[in-house]
Design a protein around this ligand. Structure first.
Ligand code: ZN
Length: 164
């Protein structure tokens, strides 16, 4: 079968994701490929565009700029709060993640960047915001999406069976 990647197909890929420094940020290997629903914004736009039209066995190096990846760093999402904003007894330390509503009306995931005395510096940007992403990707599987997958807007793994 020489089906090519297009909308409403579930695609399995293996990949290595690196940043500009060549550090490996994430991988999916052939023993556990990553499955997504094409055309449903499951993956960053810059990668989805480049995968369109590929077929099983195709390999590609894809460089994704921040604006087509996880966005530029938004300084408004870097905020400073007092320790009293946390429940008493919370041991706040760098790297902690939690959800907070900073006035946008819905909780966003924040990471504690640093703690200085009574001041806590938070960052609500995606950890990969502002980064150019370098993917080495290989297409390992293409199949039709199930009705459930199309209506849910995401893939249900290798066999399309949902556990939710
Ligand atoms: Zn689902």
């Amino acid at each position: 079968m020489s089906e090519t990647i297009q909308d409403k197909l579930v695609v399995g890929v293996t990949y290595i994701l690196k940043n500009d420094n060549g550090d490996t940020l994430d991988t999916a290997t052939s023993s556990d490929p990553f499955y997504y629903l094409h055309g449903a914004s499951n993956i960053v736009p810059g990668l989805e565009e480049e995968l369109t039209g590929l077929k099983v066995g195709d390999k590609k190096s894809v460089k994704v700029a921040p604006e087509k990846g996880y966005g530029e760093i938004n300084d408004q999402l870097k905020v400073k709060v007092g320790k009293e904003s946390f429940p008493e007894g919370t041991d706040v330390s760098p790297g902690m993640q939690f959800a907070a509503d900073v006035g946008t009306g819905q909780p966003l995931p924040f990471t504690v960047e640093k703690v200085e005395g009574e001041e806590i510096f938070l960052d609500g940007n995606h950890p990969l915001a502002g980064q150019t992403l370098h993917f080495e990707i290989e297409v390992v599987n293409i199949r039709a999406a199930t009705e459930d997958e199309v209506s849910h807007g995401h893939a249900h793994g290798a066999d399309g069976v949902a556990n939710h």
